[in-house]
Design a protein. Structure first.
Length: 257
């Protein structure tokens, strides 16, 4: 039954169509390079399915969070906040940090407004407005990875400043993983990502907001830390993101009640 649902989802997405085409291509010529590329595409297709199932999970969790009591943590961001690549949504950095918060005895709730594929413009236009009327005890924002290659640099920087400028005073900003020596593209863009992180740090400092330095915790070698698509973190990779976020949280949030 799960396979049937998975195939149905793949038929509705460009990634699913690409996956089927690559599968046929790999079966036609079983060279090592084609088989390796097919395995990578299998991983991409798997994470593509996760994007839907994980979004459904967080939508259900959000409904429960809004109906419950306790301090509220609002999450803004992209697919990493959804936990894509982890074995379950609870094993992404949001789930790992939520367990740490609740281990203090405080009944923390989490409202995860992130979306897979989100860019800074989506946080500005779609996610931040959903916070109107809420009084969160904690807000975290990790955004920008999808802008690195998808948004012109000046617009990207302007959007980042606007996002950080609009965050509540209870917020923690997350910087970006620097893809040093990660494929050839990663090595080429790492100086740019480093400069973006410098902007995040300076803009957060102006607001007096702490920065979770994911760039310092999540570093190569990447072996054993990436999901099947070789892009998103796996459970162990998300542990590094969670460690960076926990280190930046105000101490009061991690004190036992």
């Amino acid at each position: 039954m799960f396979l049937l649902r998975r195939e149905a989802r793949e038929r509705t997405t460009p990634i699913g169509a690409l996956h089927r085409a690559v599968t046929r291509w790999g079966e036609a010529d079983r060279s090592s390079s084609r088989l390796a590329f097919r395995r990578w595409c299998d991983g991409v297709a798997y994470v593509d399915v996760q994007a839907r199932t994980y979004a459904e999970y967080w939508n259900r969790q959000n409904e429960q969070a809004l109906a419950a009591d306790g301090p509220l943590w609002v999450v803004l961001g992209d697919s990493t906040a959804q936990g894509l690549g982890a074995s379950s949504p609870q094993h992404g950095y949001v789930g790992q940090v939520l367990r740490a918060l609740r281990s203090t005895g405080t009944p923390w709730r989490v409202l995860n407004l992130s979306r897979s594929g989100a860019q800074t413009k989506h946080v500005l236009n779609d996610q931040l407005p959903l916070m109107d009327g809420l009084q969160p005890a904690l807000v975290t924002c990790g955004i920008g990875t999808n802008d690195v290659l998808g948004t012109p640099p000046k617009r990207f920087r302007d959007h980042l400043r606007q996002v950080i400028g609009r965050l509540p005073s209870s917020s923690v900003v997350m910087d970006l993983t620097v893809p040093d020596r990660f494929w050839r593209v990663g090595g080429a863009i790492s100086p740019y990502v480093t400069s973006v992180n410098q902007l995040i740090g300076s803009a957060a400092l102006e607001r007096g907001l702490p920065v979770a330095e994911v760039s310092r915790y999540a570093r190569p070698p990447w072996r054993g830390l990436l999901a099947a698509d070789n892009f998103h973190p796996n459970n162990f990779g998300y542990r590094q993101h969670a460690d960076a976020l926990r280190a930046a949280l105000p101490a009061v949030h991690l004190q036992r009640s």
